[in-house]
Every structure is written in C-alpha cells, then in structure tokens.
Ligand binder design. Structure first.
Ligand code: ADP
Ligand code: MG
Length: 240
C-alpha cells in the first residue's frame, strides 16, 4: 500500500531522510519511533507529499505520488493525516468540521456528507457532540473529531504523527482505542508515537529511526525484547 525506495530528503544542508526504504502492506500497522529530530514527521509528510523529496521514489497503492493538481488533491484525500495539534476549524461545529472536505474534495452533497459525518462521529464515540464547537470539547474529543474528519475522505491509508502527545494523560487512551479499532478493521496505518503499549500490542512492525535513517524494522516482540542496535537499546532505556 505504501512503498518508499531509496528516498532522500534535504532541508538545505541537513540530510533529514537518508536512503529510506520502507514498505507497508495493505492492512498493516507500522509504528515509527525514535529520538526527536530523527525525521519521523518528515517521513510522514513525504508520504502525502506535504514535503517533496530530492531523490528516490514513493508510491501509494501502486501509484507514484502525483506532482500537482487534481491528482495531488486526490492523493491527500486517500492518505489521511492526523497531527499532534488537532487543526480543527474553530468557527465551525464538530459536524461541519467532518462535513466540509467531503463536500469540497469528494464533491458529496450536503445530505450524504452529513449522513457520513454522523456515522463517523458515532464510530469515534462523539455522536452527541455534533453541534458543539471545537473549543467546547476536551483535547481527546477534538482529536477524535480530527480522526473522524480524516476518515470521512475514505482514505486508503492513515498517517498519525504523535496524535496523543498534546493530550492530558487521562485522554490518551480514548484516542488510542479509536486507533486500535481502526487497526482491527484493517486500515493501513503509519503511526509515530511514544506510546509503547500501542507499539507493542497494536503494531505489526516497529520502525526505529535515528539521524534520518531507519535503523531497525522488525516485529514489536523482537524489537522490545531484543533490540539489535545500541541506538535502539539506548533509546528504549530512556523511555521505558
Ligand atoms: P522528528 O519528527 O523525528 O522529531 P522531524 O522530521 O520533525 O523529526 O525533523 C527532522 C529534522 O529536520 C530536524 O533536525 C528538524 O529540525 C529538521 N526540519 C524539520 N522540518 C524542517 C523545515 N521545514 N525546515 C528546515 N528543517 C526542518
Ligand atoms: Mg515529529
């Protein structure tokens, strides 16, 4: 579903992604972990072309990433992204937040968009919050709205970049539970997270990055019980 081949990305002189090879199969959940500044966010952003690359190739569902225009808008709809900051439209209701892109990008009529939005709000446990504004919701609820909004595009892939890092501890689990549910339903997911419980029990693979490189790419069992590299051992000893 996602394939990166020898991807290199620079910010000026900074070589942020170095010869990245990564394949994510349909329905697979890959958790990306690693120290701050190792290129995790940049990796996610290249997959929906929020960042361009200098060399290498990226394909989603067997198609090379489009450069621009309609195809690029289509790609962005197919590759849903959820960030640490929820980025909801503050002056729109929860319902409208989940409807807008469906109407604009997917060209759905109002009724169909509303039906789908209500269905997704139900799925993330927020059916009763549809008429509120984002500021009236907790951080965990806002992040679940952001997930519903991404899902409303019927994505083939979902990218999560530290989706729980800005949340108070008691709200982390309600967001992770929505993500676990998505994983069980077979969504292809790339998840950057520091939640090691999620990595251990919901991921098919753990990718460990350091200094712009993929240092390890293995099953969670192998990674957590016997990391192969000193870098990973050192990282795990700091966070576990
Ligand atoms: P991570 O998500 O693992 O913390 P990032 O992908 O955000 O890492 O950043 C990787 C490196 O690229 C860091 O050194 C960061 O400072 C740098 N970087 C990220 N975005 C930009 C940008 N837009 N311009 C210049 N440097 C950037
Ligand atoms: Mg980051």
């Amino acid at each position: 579903m996602i394939e990166l081949r020898e991807v290199n990305k620079y910010f000026g002189a900074l070589h942020v992604l170095q010869d990245i090879d990564l394949t994510v199969g349909r329905g697979e959940v890959v958790v990306v972990i690693g120290p701050s500044g190792s290129g995790k966010s940049t990796l996610c952003r290249t997959i929906n072309r929020l960042e361009t690359i200098q060399s290498g190739a990226i394909a989603v569902d067997g198609r090379p990433l489009p450069e621009e225009g309609k195809e690029l808008a289509q790609l962005r709809a197919e590759v849903g992204m959820v960030f640490q900051s929820f980025n909801l439209f503050a002056h729109r209701t929860v319902l409208a937040n989940v409807m807008l892109a469906q109407q604009k990008v997917r060209k759905r009529g109002k009724q169909e968009a509303e039906r789908r939005a209500r269905e997704l709000l139900e799925r993330v446990g927020l059916a009763d919050q549809a008429d509120k504004y984002p500021a009236q919701l907790s951080g965990g609820q806002q992040q679940r709205v952001a997930i519903a909004r991404a899902l409303a595009m019927d994505p083939k892939v979902m990218l999560f970049d530290e989706p729980t890092s800005a949340l108070d501890p008691e709200m982390i689990n309600e967001v992770l539970e929505v993500m676990r549910q998505l994983a069980r339903e077979g969504m292809t997911m790339v998840v950057v997270t520091h939640e090691m419980g999620f990595a251990r029990y919901a991921a098919n693979r753990v990718v460990f990055m350091a200094d712009g490189r993929i240092v390890e790419d293995r099953s969670p069992e192998e990674f957590f019980t016997a990391p192969a590299t000193e870098r990973a051992r050192d990282f795990l000893s700091k966070i576990l």
